[in-house]
Design a protein around this ligand. Structure first.
Ligand code: ADP
Ligand code: ADP
Length: 225
């Protein structure tokens, strides 16, 4: 499950800074939503409110019917992948992926099962003992995805996860993330300013401008090809 309802969501930082204004969207379980729009249009703010890292000024966020506004981030069953994937440099790939589960007091065998499975899905089996500095950019990005996958969360949030990669790797990782989504079918909200990413990955695209939704539709509907 992972049905999301965003009803009249507004975020005001200070008196005059309304980053998101009356945002309305229903996301069905298993969708891959791409939020796209120019820098400063409110994409990250929207994502951070869903994650619980930013307070919602006004409106309701529901997940599978449950009101989430006041639920702390650690109880939200949401996994997030950032642009700066911030792996722990002193920890192995295995321990990077296991960390969130250790913090949540998962049993050792369950941690091992999940990390091994995620490593298999992401083609990281050979690299589990390595430190992040001994990995390529693409491999590091896979570890960052692995940390999200092992959580087995209801919702993935991704904030420009590919923008630090070169063009070739971006192309490759785009395909991999899509493949991953086909396999796991976890509801995903993905933020980018890159229209190609939106076009190739989204089940539906949400175009934002100045904190407001301008258009919602399938890639075909939005980009008219
Ligand atoms: P995007 O992710 O689309 O680049 P943001 O959500 O980061 O946009 O920003 C939306 C607007 O909110 C911008 O005008 C930005 O300056 C403002 N903003 C973002 N974070 C803060 C903050 N912590 N305090 C005040 N204003 C902020
Ligand atoms: P134990 O503490 O019983 O020896 P753990 O499961 O805690 O076993 O593993 C100890 C450490 O060994 C982990 O923190 C991790 O660094 C490493 N490790 C465990 N399983 C693997 C694996 N499949 N591949 C690589 N490293 C592993």
């Amino acid at each position: 499950m992972g049905k999301i309802e965003l009803n009249h969501i507004t975020k005001t930082y200070e008196k005059d800074v309304t980053a998101v204004k009356d945002f309305n969207l229903e996301i069905e379980d298993g969708e891959f939503i791409v939020l796209v729009g120019p820098s400063g249009c409110g994409k990250s703010t929207m994502l951070r409110m869903i994650a619980g890292l930013e307070e919602i000024t006004d409106g309701e966020f529901k997940m599978d019917g449950r009101l989430m506004n006041d639920i702390p981030p650690k109880n939200r069953d949401i996994a997030m992948v950032f642009q700066n994937y911030a792996l722990y440099p002193h920890m192995s790939v295995y321990d990077n992926m296991a960390f969130a589960l250790k913090m949540r007091k998962f049993k050792k065998e369950e941690i091992r099962r999940r990390v091994t499975e995620a490593a298999k899905v992401l083609g990281l089996e050979e690299y589990l003992k390595r430190k992040p500095r001994a990995l390529s950019g693409g491999q590091r990005q896979r570890v960052a995805l692995g940390r999200a996958i092992v959580r087995d969360a209801k919702l993935f949030l991704m904030d420009e996860p590919l923008s630090n990669l070169d063009a070739k790797l971006r192309f490759q990782m785009r395909a991999e993330i899509s493949k991953l989504h086909h396999r796991l079918k976890t509801t995903t909200v993905y933020v980018t300013h890159d229209q190609t990413e939106a076009m190739t990955m989204a089940t539906r695209i949400v175009i934002m401008k100045d904190g407001v939704i301008q258009q919602v539709g399938s890639p075909k509907e939005v980009y008219d090809f």
